[in-house]
Design a protein around this ligand. Sequence first.
Ligand SMILES: *Cc1c(COP(=O)(O)O)cnc(C)c1O
Length: 458
Amino acid sequence: MQGFRALPSIDQLLQSDTGRLLIEEHGRAVVTKGARLRMDAAREAIRGGADGGAEAARLPHLLAADLAAAAQSRLRPMLNLTGTVLHTNLGRAILPDSAIHAASAAMAAPLNLEFDLDGGTRGQRDDHLRGLICDLTGAEDATVVNNNAAAMLIVLNTLGLGREGIVSRGELIEIGGSFRIPDIMERAGARLVEVGTTNRTHPHDYENAIGPDSGLILKVHTSNYRIEGFTRDVAAPDLSAIAGKSGLPLVNDLGSGSLIDLSRWGLRREPTVAEAIAEGADLVTFSGDKLLGGPQAGFIAGRRDLIARINRNPMKRALRLDKIRIAALEAVLRLYRDPDRLEQRLPTLRHLARQRQDIVAQALRLLPQVGQILAPLGFATKMCDCDSQIGSGALPTDTIPSAGLRLTGQGGDAPDRLAAMLRGLPRPVIGHIHDGAMILDLRCLDRDDDLLTALVAL
Ligand SMILES: *Cc1c(COP(=O)(O)O)cnc(C)c1O
């Protein structure tokens, strides 16, 4: 039994072989701080009766483990087996290779972000995206900001500051978090004028609301819920005619806003941006990282004079995109010029369009191997059908048939225990709990090995 005297001094610890290696790796300041904490803990343990020699022997290993843990990035690559393809909490869209390369190149070297290579004069950062967006949507002009919430903020502020924004009561949505149409309208400095009722809004409701203080009419795509039964809303072309008669701009917030018709891949039809433009919206706003499959961004496409006003709003500077995302977005938008190969190249579409039988085959391949890893831990593995979701504000009841693995164990807390174990992996695996089991929906699993490699660490 040895006491405190068995412990080295901080200096001795730092000058030991392990100490020197750790300093090489983590830097002196961090290692010194970590060593002090570990030394205090060792003294505490000895005071509580622990053996000094044993504590001294453990010290370098514990210190190395502390430092390795602290050096890990807090952001961790994971496997999204939730079945929700565009999961906001898991970072939404996975970017295509071309976008990843473009973003890396933009980070690594100076580039012509706001520089016109032809004339040698100042350029605009939007120039790199404008042509592509206009081509793909039929819009006259376009600009891009931080996300679709920012797009709405700047549009409402530009067109509605000190004026009225007219919205149907059936479209006063909450997207999630603290994003609600009435709140964003207020923060943008516009006065909300609600028209119609929750289930029915008529053309004359809009017409009666239009007055000298009106600034815009806002139409919101209500993708995350559905009102059924005795309902009526005013279609965009009719609303465009009403707005046009009074000289008011019609803004259509599409939310997900697909650039192409997804029914081609067997998915539910979402209104496309080109349709919204063709139906007479003066401005259309939509997200970059929902169905579009790119990085977080908010697009505003539409009339040239209105886009020019938005670009003159001082908020634009606060909400603009950086070079990394502009580079990535440009690469993503380019993929849309070849719709035939889009599924192959764009991960979001690949995941959404994956056929059930393909996922079933993957589940069959993985079943024995995953079963072998989990059986010794007391969990049984079976195949199951599941329903994937698009996510990010798409209707939760609009599901896509999928397949996966159903993991069960003894005791009511088995799913939660397993969920915690899977979260604790070096590459965390996130599924969802349903009916007393942990479900791993394989729709977004690109390679079998990714799951097996992750699980082996159990
Ligand atoms: C998702 C969504 C938004 C917000 O878009 P972000 O890109 O997440 O900021 C706004 N409006 C609608 C209708 C949406 O679905």
